[in-house]
Design a protein around this ligand. Sequence first.
Ligand SMILES: [Zn+2]
Length: 238
Amino acid sequence: MPSVLITIHDVAPPLMPKVERLWAICAERGVKPGLLVVPDWHGGSPIEGDPACVAWVRARAAEGAEIFLHGERHDEVGSPRSWRDEVRALGRTNKEGEFLTLGYDAARARIDRGLSRLRALGLAPVGFVPPAWLAKDDTHRAVRDAGLAVSEDDARIHAFRARRTISSPVIRWSARGAFRAYGSLLQARMRWTLQRGASVVRIALHPADLDHPATAASIERTLDLWLTVYPAQGYASL
Ligand SMILES: [Zn+2]
């Protein structure tokens, strides 16, 4: 059955008011989005230090939201890019590709640390999504070896338990400046034309999408559009 998978990225203490707003936008439409949690946003906001944030995430998980690990700190501090990494990240992120440069061992170590922190909070992560979807194959192998069911980049979902790789370009916005904001509006509309009929559609919401009124409005329009034709499902449906 065709389905739309909806997630909220960047669930971390400093971004909570916007995360909660995005959750409300989904809840108004009867959707429980997946939550991509960052244990230590930019290396300065350990989630354990914000009991209200932890309680909120736990409560959403208890309601049925799927939990994903989304990097350890999200940014690239301490991981210098090679020129190849620069090319892969071109125009994609403002140094928010924590896993972009990492090989297997480094990726696995961060994933293992992140998973133990989330589990220590009583959460049960089902998958991993690299920040900005930027990672080498090493990271996806590390996710599989860590025993998680899912990992993804911006074009594909790796469903390890089902042994499937599903092609599914993600619908997302960028509110970084008016040019990008309006560009992402066009892109969201284009996806409607191009991907209607696809079996799995992904919609990724970011707290920063609410920074520009045009992207904020486009999120609501786009959700309404897709939800008229596709049921919202969890990644477990894969
Ligand atoms: Zn992110």
